[in-house]
Ligand binder design. Structure first.
Ligand SMILES: [Zn+2]
Length: 208
């Protein structure tokens, strides 16, 4: 095989038509002469136009976002995060003042509170949450706790104040309003008043 001397070989660019040395062409394994048919200058010009194109930018952004949502990427990131968190660097960062401050701000943020609330609600309504609560209420531990449960003086004082607060009154009024509107409750009261009516009129007088 004759050793390649690119400088001695030239090729005509299919775009600009200029005869240029082979070093002025990119390598392309798929083409016959292993170089691109357009010269580097011409390809670069196309490339620059293409990459500056708004459409391409939008496409790249969408692609990146989709990639981040990709399960494979998420799994990879999970593994990476785990390794990082367990690494010396990661542990040091976790204990750093910067991260401490970040945790503090985040735990007090509205975002975190909303997340916690939503999470608790879904959990409590989930099969798992319901089953857990049921099991807990039937546990010996819970029964024992209930037996020994006594309010501390502090809690008693707190409840007293809370019971007289406007906040509690508003809560109770709202609760009673919806409570009385329940069909079952309505039926119960109706029956109750009818019984009372019967007792206070004729019947009671008859027996005495
Ligand atoms: Zn060219």
């Amino acid at each position: 095989m004759i050793p390649k001397e690119p400088e001695n070989h030239t090729k005509k660019c299919s775009k600009c038509g200029i005869e240029k040395p082979l070093t002025e062409f990119y390598k392309n394994k798929r083409s016959k002469d292993k170089t691109t048919c357009r010269c580097k200058t011409c390809l670069r010009a196309i490339g620059n136009v293409y990459y500056q194109n708004e459409e391409h930018k939008a496409y790249q952004k969408a692609y990146n976002n989709a990639y981040k949502q990709n399960k494979q990427f998420k799994d990879k990131k999970k593994v990476y995060n785990k390794t990082y968190n367990q690494s010396e660097k990661g542990i040091a960062f976790y204990h750093s003042e910067k991260h401490k401050a970040y945790r503090k701000t985040y735990s007090q943020s509205e975002k975190r509170k909303a997340y916690n609330k939503a999470y608790q609600k879904t959990y409590q309504q989930s099969e798992k949450g319901i089953a857990y609560r049921k099991a807990y209420q039937q546990s010996e531990r819970y029964k024992a706790l209930r037996k020994t449960y006594k309010l501390s003086e502090e809690q008693k004082a707190h409840n007293k104040v809370y019971g007289q607060s406007e906040k509690y009154k508003a809560y109770r009024n709202a609760y009673l309003k919806t409570y009385r509107q329940r069909e079952k409750v309505k039926a119960y009261y109706k029956a109750y008043y009818q019984r009372r009516k019967g007792k206070t009129t004729g019947k009671e007088l008859d027996t005495t």
